[in-house]
Design a protein around this ligand. Structure first.
Ligand code: RP5
Length: 183
């Protein structure tokens, strides 16, 4: 159901969402209320043609499911996990402690009713030595998606070339806007 919701969200924005038979990236989140933020990671992976899956696994509400997902992901050839949650956000930390072979990226989410995401950010940036989880900015799942693409690009020349083109496009976009302002 979460994959369907994501598909229709991305479709509304004009993106085609392909479901992956063999995902390389797992996008996980604590609640379906995280989807509006986490869909940006999916949008980037879609754009770069990286197969991914999307799951709701809560560190607090479904801890068993979270541990079994964490233990099985690398056996299914998933290489990168992008985790997102808000509030007392324990999902990425717990996940990072349960895997040794995957890169884990963390997107803190602002729950607008309290502390604006600072709570969630602080709950993860002080991970103990030995359990690495890389954190991107609050509500910036786009960057988590881009980090995943760069990581996979280390061994995928096509992907790396697409990333280089993406950066060129963002550069040109800024230059065009700057030019327009000067006119
Ligand atoms: C976290 O609590 C979730 O990841 C979400 O960001 C937040 C609120 O969840 P809901 O109450 O909206 O389901 O575990």
């Amino acid at each position: 159901a979460v994959e369907e919701r994501l598909k229709s969200m991305l479709k509304e924005e004009g993106f085609d969402c392909q479901s992956a038979v063999t995902p390389r990236v797992g996008i996980i989140m604590g609640s379906d209320s995280d989807l509006p933020v986490m869909k940006d990671a999916a949008r980037i992976l879609n754009m770069f043609g990286v197969p991914y899956e999307v799951k709701i696994v809560s560190a607090h509400r479904t801890p068993e499911m979270m541990f079994s997902y964490a233990s099985s992901a690398h056996e299914r050839d998933i290489q990168i996990i992008i985790a997102g949650a808000g509030g007392a956000a324990h999902l990425p930390g717990k996940y990072g402690s349960r895997t040794h072979s995957l890169a884990c990226y963390w997107c803190p989410r602002a729950c607008f009713h309290a502390l604006d995401g600072l709570d969630s950010l602080l709950s993860i940036v002080q991970m103990p030595r030995g359990v690495p989880v890389a954190t991107v900015a609050i509500n910036n799942a786009t960057n988590a998606g881009l980090l995943a693409v760069r990581m996979l690009g280390i061994r995928d020349a096509d992907l790396l070339a697409r990333m280089s083109q993406y950066q060129e496009d963002t550069r040109n976009d800024v230059l065009t806007k700057a030019e327009k302002l000067e006119k």
